[in-house]
Design a protein around this ligand. Sequence first.
Ligand SMILES: [Mn+2]
Length: 407
Amino acid sequence: MEKFEKIKNRFEKEIKNSSLKYKIIDENSLKDFLNIIEHLINNPQSNIMLLHDKDADGITSGNIFYYMLKQLGLERIKHLHLKGISYSNEREITKKLINTDVIFSLDLPFSNIEQLDGILSNQRLKKIVIIDHHPTDNLKHPNVILLKSNTVFACDNPARYCTAKLAYDLANLIMDVSEKDWYAIIGIIGDVAYPMWGDFIFNIFKKYNIELSENNNKCLYDSKFGLATELVSCGNAFYPDRVKDIFNALKNSNNLDEFEKKLPFCREVLDEINNCVKNFFNNSVAYDDNIFFYELKSSYHILSQISTIMSINNMDKTIIVVKHVNNNTTFSVRRSDYTINVGSAVNFAASKIKSASGGGHIPAAGAKCDKKDYETFLDLIIHEINSNKYKLSEMDRNKLNENNIKI
Ligand SMILES: [Mn+2]
């Protein structure tokens, strides 16, 4: 009982004079969260399931809650990663939840109440705590404690209040979890949420003696935190069956160096990416000095990783990477300075070739076609990009600033 009193005092103090970035607009759900914690402390034999997404944000937010629950003295904690809940896997998931008392769901976008009813049908306590930042419809349900970035807080850009930071802030209401602040940074970088958290990131970099210069995203990625994030991303892109290993590696690491050493299989992919990036300009064909075409020979399907890195490092160039697999060719196209809408250009080019499909956003596009058509398709893409049709205005360009970290 005494233990809970201490937690309750901290919780109430934190809520009143908190250093939280956003105003609390749903204190009731936070109190429901506290009640669940009280229930678990009073019933330490409870079976807890952490459901989490497989990406860096999901793995780190899951681990923040794992750490918090362990610190509370709870032992019976399982974790399970999901990419999402669909009717095809709902029954299977429900089976794994038999005998679970409380579910914490992190970074998973439940889309409707029916899904939750299925998930909850086997629960003893029938409570699910949803910690998330995806835009979803109203999930009001008597068994659901909904803790979303924009339902609990007056946050107008929930995409940037990623689950790792949200889970970190929520756990901090219960206890001091600053020992695991570096988990939150990995999630923040993974979800490209850093433009919103400059001060937080800056202070943690300082705490771990890692340098961070102003208005420079590159040094975020070049840091140990960036490396850890990239390893996690490589792991879940190329070894989807080993997400549990990555979760456990993080759980069993006391710091970034230990974590990194536990991920040799991710390292292998990342080394391959870095190698391709290093030799990119030697192995690519330049069109008019501003469009670079690169044929990926690696056995790993690392097109988008290479095009993204090359584009971030060469904002005023258009990067096209292709890879042939059997009779098909896949394209990844990037242009990061918002001067050209490559998504529309690729989409238009694809409409002119029967075997092709493709499109995307202003800075990033993907496409595919039959291998026999790929040279024609490539010529068309380059032709469209070079035309004036897809040029963007200064105003569009200013959107780019929203992607930079500010301290
Ligand atoms: Mn996320």
